[in-house]
Design a protein around this ligand. Structure first.
Ligand SMILES: NC(=O)c1ccc[n+]([C@@H]2O[C@H](COP(=O)([O-])OP(=O)(O)OC[C@H]3O[C@@H](n4cnc5c(N)ncnc54)[C@H](OP(=O)(O)O)[C@@H]3O)[C@@H](O)[C@H]2O)c1
Length: 290
C-alpha cells in the first residue's frame, strides 16, 4: 500500500480537535499547526485553549484567524449545534473532526457509583457521537471529510479498574465501525478509529474514581508510557492515509492487543493473571498502567 505522508495530505485542512487543552489533543494541535492546517480548538478550559493557540502561532506560520478557540463542554450536547455553526461560519467547512475529548477511570466496578458509569458514557460516548452528528451533515453536503476518533485499546480489550471506561470505548468502536458502513455511499468521507495504549498525558490525573467528584489521590509515574508527541504523529499518519483503525502502543500492551484479537482464550488467561496483580497493586496504593 502507498503510504501518504501527513505533510502532503493535511496541509491547509480545517481540523476541529476536541480535548485540545491537554495531552494527546494538545500534541496533535502543535503538529497540525506546523503542517499548516487551520485549527479549531475545543475543550472546557478556555484559558488552556488560549495557551495552546499561542504556542501554535509561535511554532508555525499560521495567523490569528487560522486558529479558532471554541470552548465546549462535550457533555452539554445542547451547545453542539451553536459550536458547529460557529466553526462553519468562520472557516466555511470542516475537513477533519478529531474526536479526542475523554476521561478514564480508576476504580473497581463493585465500589463504583452508577453515576460514574453514566459520566463516562455521557462524555466518551454520547458527547462524541452528538458532535459527530452535528458535523456529519456538513461533510455529506460536500461529500468530503474525515472523522477521526481517539478510542483506545480498551475499545476492544477488557481492563480491570476501567470497566466503565472500556465499556464507553467499546461503544465508540461499535458506533463508528457501523457509521463507516453507512457512509459507504460517500467514499470521500472516511472514519478512522484510533486505539492508543498507555500514553503520557493527564488522563490518569483526571480519571473518574469510585464517586463522580472524587479525584484520584496520585497519578504516579507516567514516564514509561509512549510520549504524546509520538502518539500524535501516528494519529496524523492514520488520518492522512484514511486507515479504518490503528493501534498505537508499545509492548507489552500491543502484544496483549494482538492476543486479544487473534487468540482470545490465551488473552483471557494472561490478562486474568496480570489483572489480579494490577488490582492488588491498586488496593495497596500503587498506581497502575493505563
Ligand atoms: N493517555 C492514554 O493513555 C490514552 C490511551 C488511550 C486512549 N486515550 C484517549 O485519548 C483521549 C485524550 O486523552 P489524553 O490522554 O490526552 O488525556 P488528558 O490529558 O486528560 O486530556 C483530556 C482532554 O479532554 C478534555 N475534556 C475532558 N472532559 C471534557 C468535557 N466534558 N468536555 C470537553 N472536553 C473535555 C480535557 O480538556 P478540559 O479539561 O479543558 O475540558 C482535555 O483536553 C481520550 O479520549 C482518551 O480516552 C488516552
Amino acid at each position: 500500500m502507498f503510504v501518504y505522508f501527513v505533510e502532503s495530505k493535511l496541509r491547509g485542512s480545517v481540523v476541529w480537535v476536541t480535548g485540545a487543552s491537554s495531552g494527546i489533543g494538545e500534541a496533535v494541535c502543535y503538529q497540525l499547526a506546523k503542517l499548516g492546517a487551520q485549527l479549531v480548538l475545543s475543550s472546557r478550559r478556555e484559558a488552556e485553549l488560549l495557551r495552546v493557540k499561542k504556542k501554535c502561532l509561535e511554532i508555525s506560520n499560521l495567523e490569528n484567524k487560522d486558529i479558532l478557540v471554541v470552548p465546549l463542554d462535550l457533555i452539554n450536547i445542547n451547545a453542539h449545534k451553536a459550536a458547529t455553526d460557529k466553526v462553519v461560519e468562520h472557516f466555511g467547512r470542516i475537513d477533519i473532526l478529531v474526536n479526542n475529548s475523554g476521561r478514564s477511570q480508576r476504580s473497581l466496578c463493585v465500589d463504583t457509583d452508577l453515576d460514574v458509569f453514566r459520566g463516562l458514557m455521557e462524555l466518551n460516548y454520547f458527547g462524541t457521537i452528538s458532535l459527530t452528528k452535528h458535523v456529519l451533515p456538513h461533510m455529506i453536503e460536500r461529500k468530503k471529510g474525515k472523522i477521526v476518533t481517539i478510542s483506545s485499546v480498551t475499545g476492544f480489550i477488557g481492563v480491570p479498574l476501567g470497566s466503565g471506561y472500556a465499556a464507553s470505548k467499546h461503544a465508540v468502536q461499535g458506533f463508528f465501525n457501523s457509521l463507516r458502513i453507512e457512509l459507504g455511499c460517500y467514499p470521500g468521507i472516511t472514519v478512522s478509529n484510533i486505539c492508543p495504549g498507555p500514553v503520557q498525558s493527564k488522563i490518569v490525573e483526571n480519571a473518574f474514581t469510585e464517586h463522580p467528584n472524587q479525584p484520584l489521590e496520585s497519578a504516579g509515574d507516567q514516564t514509561y508510557k509512549m510520549p504524546a508527541e509520538r502518539c500524535a504523529r501516528l494519529i496524523l499518519v492514520t488520518a492522512a492515509n484514511d486507515l479504518n483503525e490503528s493501534w498505537i502502543s508499545d509492548h507489552p500492551y500491543l502484544l496483549i492487543s494482538y492476543f486479544w484479537q487473534y487468540a482470545p482464550t490465551w488473552a483471557w488467561w494472561i490478562t486474568g493473571k496480570l489483572g489480579q496483580k494490577r488490582i492488588e497493586n491498586f488496593k495497596s496504593g500503587l498506581v497502575c498502567a493505563f
